[in-house]
Design a protein around this ligand. Sequence first.
Ligand SMILES: [Zn+2]
Length: 229
Amino acid sequence: MKRWQLDYRRGLRWLSRHRPLRAMHYFERALMHIPTARGRSSLSLRRDLARLFYFFAVALRQVGLRNRSVASLVEASRLYKRGCARAGLFHAVNRYGMARQPTPEHDDQQAFYGIQLAHYVRSKQSHRLGTRAEIDMVSELIDEYWAEIRRLDLASMSSVEKCRLFSDTMIVFPFITVPNALKTDDLIVDFRSGRRADPHDRCTCGSGLPVCLCHGRIPGIDEVLVGLF
Ligand SMILES: [Zn+2]
């Protein structure tokens, strides 16, 4: 048995014993050592990799990293379109393509937070959040803007309109020297039709998923904290 397969099985064993943190450790190791799946002959490998991402998503969800769990389900769905990950993905997400929250207002707040935090992190050279103090400073600033935005009649707006509003809200963060670099990386254009892709159109990468669940996803806080690529 190959090394990644051993780690995968160990991960499954810990998952079945309700020890998701240990399971995550072995799944991560398996992901590091699994060969990359390319070409038609590697269909079974793609399916194995999709399963690995699926169970990794289960473990992430159990430890409360729900947006990272969604990201892992997206990976699994891209690799193997007929797997159970796709059904799990549609069950786990809200209209923003983020982990579902207890109320629609929480969904809106998380979407605003995710969009603004991603703008901030992408405008930094390191693409990472640094100290706890920096995270607190950025969070407080986003909270202040959210207090204004939530007074608007959000309930009457569609998720597309709200995304545009959240994305167009320019927060002036301290220490950012290149404000013009903001937002441009969020555009996904369908080159066949020559227009900007709607979040509910199919993604142009061929995954068969809507844009808002694929390359146009809003990252959650737990994803931004581990680094955006
Ligand atoms: Zn895509």
